[in-house]
Design a binder for this molecule. Structure first.
Ligand SMILES: Nc1ncnc2c1ncn2[C@@H]1O[C@H](COP(=O)(O)OP(=O)(O)OP(=O)(O)O)[C@@H](O)[C@H]1O
Length: 252
């Protein structure tokens, strides 16, 4: 599904990613931990192809295609999507219209989808304008549900979310990864069963999202390199006990 080889990325004149190798299989969810400023968001932004993230070495393959130099909209059409930690406010663009754009030519019922994330009352508000932390996450999820990607990148799905909203968001993230989102109320069982699982790459600091999803593998990003591959729960326990200093030891 995704194959990253020896990826080096420069941001703002500084090398932030220093040789990333990573493979994510179809239907697999991969977890990324790491201290602030280690380069996790940079990896996600580079995978989406945003400007300002200059690949100086290495390649990114997605669904068998080399996407290293591909524009963002083409990556999105290939099935790559991202939920941002701090998405921008877009005045003059209603949430309903953005969700419709995300769906492109899929037959979706936006109101039915919005109900699944408790977001119906927000459809006619400008995108992210005055939205709370939890509302921003639900808006992001609704866009992803409409888009129906094959690989979704989540940048800290828990940030700014209270515990009650976490339950809702965690449940929808699980459904999204399992391919179980109903595009319409009348979607047939056959249609739902035909949907394959979605792959995921999730950045988390707290690990709350692990209570809702199945994730077998994780890594720590430390100063632009990946280290300490293990089960996500084990990594989290280790970081809680010893901090990230053990990761430095592992790199030497
Ligand atoms: N546009 C930019 N110009 C200059 N430096 C940048 C830019 N974007 C990111 N950086 C720097 O790159 C480094 C990695 O940032 P990044 O956002 O990828 O870290 P992160 O691991 O996601 O951190 P956090 O856990 O705090 O979200 C940081 O030192 C950051 O200041």
């Amino acid at each position: 599904m995704l194959k990253i080889d020896n990826l080096h990325v420069r941001v703002g004149g500084r090398e932030v990613l220093k040789g990333i190798d990573l493979k994510i299989e179809e239907g697999e969810t991969f977890i990324l931990f790491g201290p602030n400023g280690s380069g996790k968001t940079t990896l996600l932004m580079t995978l989406m192809g945003f400007s300002g993230y200059e690949v100086t070495q290495g390649t990114i393959h997605f669904r068998g295609q080399d996407i290293t130099g591909m524009p963002t909209f083409e990556r999105s059409r290939l099935g790559l999507a991202m939920s941002f930690q701090r998405p921008p406010t877009i005045y003059g663009l209603k949430t309903r219209h953005l969700v419709q754009m995300c769906a492109r030519d899929r037959d979706v019922d936006i109101v039915h989808m919005a109900r699944q994330v408790n977001f119906e009352p927000f459809l006619d508000r400008d995108i992210n304008a005055g939205f709370s932390g939890g509302e921003i996450k639900r808006s992001e999820l609704l866009q992803l549900m409409a888009q129906d990607p094959s690989l979704v990148l989540f940048d800290e799905p828990e940030s700014g979310v209270d515990l009650e909203n976490m339950k809702l968001i965690g449940g929808v993230v699980r459904k999204l990864l399992q391919g179980g989102i109903e595009p319409r109320e009348d979607a047939s069982m056959k249609e739902l069963k035909a949907k394959v699982k979605t792959s995921g790459l999730i950045i988390t600091h707290t690990g709350y999202i692990l209570d809702y999803i199945n994730a077998d593998r994780g890594h720590v990003m430390y100063d632009g390199v990946l280290c300490c591959q293990a089960r996500p729960r084990d990594i989290l326990e280790h970081i809680s006990k010893f901090g990230y200093k053990e990761c430095v030891r592992c790199l030497n």
